[in-house]
Design a protein around this ligand. Structure first.
Ligand code: SF4
Ligand code: SF4
Length: 350
């Protein structure tokens, strides 16, 4: 079976293993690419290790109402993986045990998990900062139209993908009609107080390139977004995050099928920026999958690269002390986080 066929049709574990094989080579046909660990050493970092844990990123499942071309989760309407109540309860236990201040909820479309609203309410009752990684279109889908008010009432930060302020660019990446629905959702959120200059409801937008290039300067692009969204649609937002496309999952498939994998990897490697190392999100964030297994980040989760341990660690089995100063599980995909201005779920790093 070819690599592309496996990526498209294989079961999730086989797909993850195949991706790791491609990325780590030399069978990838990219024998000259350096290892990420070698690049770290050349920057004077012998090992990447965890620092204080500030954020738990909870991937509540792969179910989504969209099927975006760049999706690193391979999410879509036909996925059935969803976190169950017992695993959410283990997340709440660790949040309290490790005194984690921020819980970043992602998916799929996280709001499609039936436990989403209960989980958010519990976290807010504990005084935690909650982030919802929202695709915007879910806010107008049948059965979810009450969500904007729910999120505002619970002071949840919304981080929303909007890969361009131009309709055609956005729809080419996220699907026909997505831009229009996203604009309508942003207008609803603005009316509820999100993204207002003096308000406390935070609305962050996320840009990622439509193709195999690095994001432009975050501050300049934020300014362009502000002007364009305000003039065209009267929309305001709090800030813009630029995020580099990671060479995994659907975007890796796209790179391979268009013959641009090596070009993109070489671009990431040659843009290695050692100033981005301190801010890498794996140093302060812990990622948990829908079944409760733990990873250094969401990208490692998609590659089935667990926390380094003799056994695969589950959230029910760890305490705050188990997580301190652990070595981070890295690979060539990590060049996506250190390229250019650096990249994380909170945007550029430098
Ligand atoms: S990128 Fe987000 S909205 Fe698009 S398919 Fe993936 S999880 Fe869904
Ligand atoms: S992909 Fe990025 S966040 Fe994840 S382990 Fe590598 S450097 Fe850290």
């Amino acid at each position: 079976m070819s690599i592309l066929t496996l990526l498209r049709e294989g079961n999730p574990l086989a797909k993850a293993e195949q991706q790791r094989t491609i990325l780590e080579g030399p069978s990838s046909g990219t024998p000259d690419l350096p290892r990420f660990e070698t690049a770290l050493e050349s920057a004077g970092v012998q090992q990447l290790r965890r620092g204080p844990l500030t954020t738990l990123q909870v991937n509540v499942g792969k179910l989504c109402n969209q099927t975006c071309r760049h999706c690193h989760v391979d999410a879509g309407p036909d996925r059935r993986e969803l976190m169950a109540r017992g695993t959410f309860e283990e997340c709440l236990r660790l949040v309290q045990d490790a005194d984690i201040g921020t819980v970043d909820i992602t998916g799929g479309a996280p709001e499609m998990n039936p436990e989403f609203e209960w989980f958010v309410s519990e976290l807010r009752d504990f005084g935690r900062h909650v982030i919802d990684r929202c695709n915007l279109t879910i806010l107008s889908a049948p059965g979810f139209q009450h969500l904007p008010k729910f999120l505002a009432d619970h002071n949840v930060e919304i981080v929303a993908s909007l890969p361009c302020y131009l309709e055609s660019n956005c729809d080419s990446q996220r699907g026909d009609g997505v831009f229009r629905k996203s604009i309508e959702a942003l207008q609803i959120l603005n009316r509820l107080g999100y993204g207002q200059p003096d308000g406390e409801l935070v609305l962050s937008l996320v840009y990622n390139p439509t193709g195999p290039s690095l994001p432009p300067d975050q501050r300049k692009l934020e300014q362009a977004y502000r002007e364009q969204l305000s003039q065209r649609y009267g929309i305001e937002f709090t800030r813009l995050y630029t995020i580099t496309n990671m060479p995994i999952s659907r975007f890796l498939d796209d790179l391979l099928s268009t013959g641009r994998y090596e070009e993109y990897m070489n671009r990431l490697v040659s843009a290695f920026n050692h100033d981005a190392i301190d801010g890498l999100m794996c140093r302060s964030t812990l990622s948990v999958d829908w079944q409760g297994y733990l990873y250094d980040c969401d990208f490692n989760q998609m590659l089935e690269l667990p926390l380094i341990s003799s056994t695969r660690l589950h959230i029910r089995d760890v305490t705050a002390g188990d997580l301190r100063d652990r070595k981070i599980n890295t690979g060539r995909h990590c060049f996506g986080c250190t390229a250019g201005a650096g990249s994380s779920c909170q945007g550029a790093l430098t």
